[in-house]
Ligand binder design. Structure first.
Ligand code: FE2
Length: 259
């Protein structure tokens, strides 16, 4: 963290990264759907990303075979309320109830079935129920912010939850994360797990966030923002947001490396 660094400094760096990307594109370079590891506006990422190329491993020895094939989650591992974050405590959590649903698809648009999808998020005040959380917004005794579900035969997942609040972080002075939900798609083994974040349309903080803008390509970044879907809204209960996750190919959802 650099104390003197302001949002204006970060905005300038984001604009410079974007201009450099557009120059690469104009020069015939391929579109970049993933962030550069040394994306400077996201300060802590610069400090911790790998400096050396990946080491190839002999997959017949490491990871061990069992790590490549297990665990596989089945319907008995996920209980009825695991995908409803508003029903995990005795009382109702505070905040705007939302329904978040979409499909998990492969690069050809085929549904990926029976996949474990996990989410974690801050409460409506922007506070995580986590020991290392430093933001002093109130905890909600009726909200843990963790859910999981399995995709159906059409690749669809659905969560009922509370719209998370934005929260400050210490990337620079006045840094606030836009509201977001962390997503994990497990695959069939630990070695396949992918992690990403979903954002909300119209959030005024979207233009300022260096984590979101580390996905420099406009179309790729836009795919991280859910769409309001009135058909998903539950009358007199919740507002609906649709967000598809594409695992690979030119329309892939950006996922975090090294998780
Ligand atoms: Fe977060």
């Amino acid at each position: 963290m650099t104390d003197a660094l302001t949002q204006a400094d970060i905005d300038r760096e984001i604009a410079a990264e974007r201009a450099a990307y557009e120059k690469r594109l104009a020069g015939g370079a391929p579109a970049e759907h993933h962030p550069r590891r040394d994306y400077a506006p996201y300060r802590s990422s610069v400090l911790r990303h790998p400096k050396r190329p990946p080491v190839a491993v002999d997959v017949s020895r490491d990871p061990e075979l069992v790590e490549l094939s297990s665990p596989v989650f089945g319907s008995r591992d996920v209980t009825e309320t695991d995908n409803d974050l508003t029903r995990q405590h005795t009382g109702e959590p505070i905040g705007e109830r939302i329904t978040v649903s979409g499909r998990l698809l492969d690069r050809d648009g085929r549904p990926v079935r029976g996949q474990l999808v996990e989410i974690w998020q801050a409460n409506s005040a922007g506070r995580y129920a986590h020991l290392r959380e430093r933001h002093d917004a109130p905890l909600d005794p009726n909200f843990t912010g963790v859910g999981r579900t399995l995709t159906g035969t059409d690749g669809r997942y659905a969560f009922t939850t509370i719209r998370p609040g934005p929260y400050p972080w210490r990337n620079h002075v006045g840094a606030w994360r836009p509201a977001h939900i962390h997503f994990s798609v497990f695959g069939t083994a630990f070695t396949q797990r992918l992690v990403t974040q979903m954002y909300f349309p119209g959030d005024p903080l979207l233009p300022y966030d260096p984590i979101l803008h580390s996905v420099t390509d406009d179309a790729a970044r836009q795919r991280l923002v859910a769409a309001y879907d009135h058909g998903l809204s539950v009358p007199e209960f919740s507002l609906g947001y649709r967000w598809d996750i594409v695992l690979d190919g030119p329309r892939a959802t950006w996922t975090e490396e090294g998780r």
